[in-house]
Design a protein around this ligand. Structure first.
Ligand code: AMP
Length: 188
């Protein structure tokens, strides 16, 4: 089974993806985590990505599309994958559709986390203190939310049009969100 989790930063996608990964034996693919690993490795991609991430901007579509295309071909994604943080632009969504069709695969569910922005900001600032992420200062956060509204939210009608879109209440408790997700994917 192949899933996309969609929602603004701090909506709880990462936490829920980790739970689904266990429940369904499919792989969580977090492009944010992949990029943070590249930053930690000090590679050229990492240095460039750090600058962009610290500014709250998006890494170029071509880089991200290649990263995901290579990643879903790895043996640990044979059972399926959960995309967390990708696609983030309409161009990425269109490239993903084409790439998966070429590979003979498809997305089963696109699940949107609906959240209250103010409550979410509070969540992210709490996570900043816990994880020490350098892209979670308040100014960058506002930029990332703005980028989400302008560049990522337009993906929602793209998938709604294809009849693939489901929603969960991202403001519910962690366990309640997991239950909503399990109902969608049919896990017990
Ligand atoms: P995240 O952990 O998903 O919030 O991602 C952290 C940062 O990594 C984002 O603010 C972007 O700068 C970058 N990033 C992650 N995923 C993508 C993507 N699919 N496209 C472009 N940039 C991304």
């Amino acid at each position: 089974m192949n899933l996309i989790l969609l929602g603004p930063p701090g909506a709880g996608k990462g936490t829920q993806a980790k739970r689904l990964e266990e429940a369904l034996s499919i792989r969580q693919l977090s492009t944010g985590e992949m990029l943070r690993e590249a930053v930690a490795s000090g590679s050229e991609l990492g240095r460039e990505a750090k600058r962009i991430m610290d500014a709250g901007d998006l890494v170029p579509d071509s880089v991200m599309i290649r990263m995901i295309s290579e990643r879903v071909d790895q043996p640990d994604c044979r059972n399926g994958f959960i995309l967390d943080g990708f696609p983030r632009t309409v161009a990425q969504a269109e490239a993903l559709d084409a790439m998966l069709a070429e590979k003979g695969r498809a997305i089963d569910h696109v699940i949107e986390f609906q959240v209250d922005e103010d409550a979410m900001v509070a969540r992210i600032l709490k996570r900043r203190d816990e994880e020490g992420r350098s892209d979670d200062n308040e100014e960058t956060l506002r930029k990332r939310l703005d980028v989400y509204r302008r560049q990522t939210a337009p993906i929602i009608p793209h998938y709604r049009g294809k009849g693939a879109l489901k929603t969960v209440d991202g403001m519910a408790s962690m366990d309640a969100v997991t239950a909503q997700l399990e109902a969608i994917v049919g896990a017990t």
